[in-house]
Design a protein around this ligand. Structure first.
Ligand SMILES: [Zn+2]
Length: 259
């Protein structure tokens, strides 16, 4: 059985351990499994393994980071081509018909029933698990920081992307700005709402779990060629394990722990 045909009991897996730290890690696009009911979506193995199917390298970064901090990581196991867990239900790109030039045959003209099934078996349980984790933090009166981990393809729409990493932010930019400065101090080229921008309608996870709950949050995108292998994933996990606590400390000094 290949990595993208594994039958999962849940739409998410939980890594790491909670030792009282503030961070809750989430990876919307870490997985590339496809439910057996949907076959291979009509795509070749090569297409399914491309960046359109998942965030290449972020699984290794997230798991290593969860071990290092330590923190709990909630990771989506299904491909974003089945349903994108960083999109609101019904969003035009929730279930993509075409992604980066690739037509997804099984996603053409899908029925309302198929759409609802994907939402109920994959999207909603994943977000419910994140909500449960955050609820437990908040109920215990703990500091809580939502960290959304993503990776981006180095080459898009005929252009090479210059950033090593990018921070996406919208209504509360405080922690993002601190993190941008820390990454720049590391000598990196850092995108400020690049290569993507967080808006009220573009994404789902941070608006839902960070902005609406008024919890401090980070949405970071790392360029995929930097984390394609184990060495790169370890380097980035170590970097984030060092910088996230620094960023949070600066945030608390500037704004107070309950800001
Ligand atoms: Zn992503």
């Amino acid at each position: 059985m290949s990595v993208d045909q594994v039958l999962m009991a849940e739409s998410f897996v939980v890594h790491g351990r909670d030792e009282g730290g503030p961070f809750v890690l989430v990876s919307d696009h870490a997985g590339r499994a496809i439910p057996p009911e949907l076959g291979d979506l009509g795509l070749s193995a090569q297409e399914r393994a491309r960046h359109i199917g998942w965030d290449i390298g972020i699984d290794g970064v997230g798991r290593k980071l969860a071990d290092l901090l330590p923190a709990v990581l909630i990771e989506q196991v299904y491909s974003r081509l089945v349903i994108d867990c960083n999109r609101a239900p019904g969003h035009p790109t929730s279930i993509v018909q075409v992604s980066d030039g690739t037509t997804v045959p099984r996603n053409q003209n899908i029925s309302a029933q198929d759409r609802a099934w994907r939402e109920q078996t994959i999207l909603h349980p994943y977000h419910a698990r994140i909500r449960q984790e955050l609820d437990a933090h908040v109920a215990a009166g703990r500091q809580t920081v939502v960290v959304a981990l993503h990776s981006f393809t180095p080459f898009m729409h005929g252009k090479q992307r210059p950033w090593h990493a990018g921070l996406l932010h919208n209504h509360d930019s405080r922690l993002a700005r601190i993190m941008i400065a820390l990454l720049q101090k590391d000598g990196l080229v850092v995108g400020d709402n690049e290569p993507y921008a967080l808006t009220d309608t573009s994404y789902y996870t941070i608006p839902q779990h960070g902005e609406q709950r008024e919890l401090p949050h980070i949405e970071i995108e790392i360029r995929q060629d930097l984390i394609a292998d184990d060495a790169g994933q370890t380097e980035w996990a170590n970097r984030l394990a060092r910088l996230l606590p620094q960023a949070w400390q600066q945030f608390c000094e500037q704004y107070g722990e309950n800001a």
